[in-house]
Write a protein that binds this ligand. Structure first.
Ligand SMILES: NC(=O)c1ccc[n+]([C@@H]2O[C@H](COP(=O)([O-])OP(=O)(O)OC[C@H]3O[C@@H](n4cnc5c(N)ncnc54)[C@H](OP(=O)(O)O)[C@@H]3O)[C@@H](O)[C@H]2O)c1
Length: 330
């Protein structure tokens, strides 16, 4: 059956300006790291993509290595774009990245110009696109000069293979340097993608200030701590969860009794706010206006539907924030 997007999709979402750029991103964006590979079920991820677009999600985040196997999320996304979303490309912000191991030999990893340019060409072929909207360097490379990696992003943008450049997993100081180099090259850094959630607070130690001061957007990944910040693990590790799967990046040993105790208390607080824990965890990130969008994952459309309702209440009282800090400090 032909997919027809909901006609009121743009009324359902809030859009936030990405740093000092011309781009607005949906407050909630969808990532295809897990659940969109060849190991996953097409009809399940097709439904997730339909619901996302129907709900005003315009931003879809990929990387060369997403799958498994690596590259398969881009292939599957490209197929569904062609089959279901033909005619809607210009309503989407599609990103990809390179920086982690992708192919054998010295040119399929890290941050050389050789790797970034070749990898993006492969990503474009897999997705059947002429260009991506955002291309990221996925992680800092301690060996390649930062100037070379940033020159690769600048080149890619000038070639029109990406419209904007981004960086991911860069700590505050390296991010500041990368942002300054890109500015000098005339290709401003659009956005930074750090790991950030109630359970991972590193960006608060300088990175958010750097981004706020330089007008660069911020899109936290794993805002639900890969599912820990939901009601999923309240009563153990379900069989269909990321922690139970051999292909997932969340390990069973991360679901400790101490974590469960915190999750239970956070869940109680969320219920008092008339939210699920997932909704509260996303709202908690979005309360900071330096955060442009939260980049969530979902293994089922129902999870996405749940997470989207976070936008109904992103305000916190001082007392609620203090209670959250107390729970997280325990
Ligand atoms: N730049 C980087 O280095 C980097 C690294 C990681 C991720 N990312 C990006 O960030 C995106 C999101 O990462 P993530 O998948 O770790 O994000 P996440 O939103 O923290 O976790 C998503 C997982 O949580 C569970 N979940 C989601 N919503 C739920 C709900 N409402 N109720 C119950 N469980 C729920 C599902 O796990 P189950 O499978 O257990 O159902 C889902 O797959 C990725 O797709 C990718 O685009 C970037």
């Amino acid at each position: 059956m032909t997919y027809l997007p909901s006609t009121d999709r743009y009324k359902k979402m809030q859009y936030r300006r990405c740093g000092h750029s011309g781009i607005k991103l949906p407050a909630i964006s969808l990532g295809l790291w897990h659940n969109f590979g060849h190991v996953d079920v097409t009809e399940t991820y097709r439904k997730i993509l339909h619901l996302a677009f129907d709900s005003g999600i315009t931003h879809f985040d990929l990387a060369n290595n997403y799958g498994p196997p690596p590259g398969s999320a881009e292939e599957n996304f490209g197929r569904i774009l062609k089959e279901d979303f033909r005619g809607y490309r210009d309503e989407m912000i599609i990103s990809s990245k390179a920086g982690y191991t992708m192919w054998d030999g010295p040119y399929g990893d890290w941050g050389s110009k050789k790797y970034l340019v070749a990898s993006l060409d492969q990503s474009l072929k897999r997705m059947g696109l002429d260009y991506v909207d955002i291309f990221y360097h996925h992680r800092p490379d301690p060996e390649t000069p930062l100037e070379e990696t940033m020159a690769a992003l600048d080149l890619i943008v000038r070639q029109g293979k990406a419209l904007y450049a981004g960086i991911s997993n860069y700590p505050a100081q390296e991010a500041a340097k990368a942002i300054a180099i890109l500015k000098d090259l005339g290709t401003p850094c659009l956005i930074h993608q750090p790991k950030y959630s109630m359970f991972v607070r590193d960006p608060e130690e300088g990175l958010l200030d750097v981004l706020g001061n330089t007008g660069v957007g911020c899109i936290p990944f794993s805002p639900l701590a890969q599912g820990l910040l939901t009601n999923k693990y309240l009563h153990g590790i379900p069989e269909d969860s990321r922690a139970a799967k051999s292909t997932g990046f969340l390990q069973k040993d991360q679901v400790t009794p101490e974590r469960i105790a915190q999750i239970k208390q956070l869940n109680d607080l969320a219920l008092k706010r008339d939210q699920t824990l997932a909704q509260m965890a996303l709202a908690w990130l979005l309360k900071d206006n330096r955060v442009t969008s939260v980049l969530i994952g979902a293994s089922r459309a129902e999870q996405l539907a749940d997470s989207l309702k976070a936008l109904d209440n992103i305000a916190f009282s001082a007392d609620e924030l203090a209670q959250i800090e107390k729970i997280l400090a325990a």
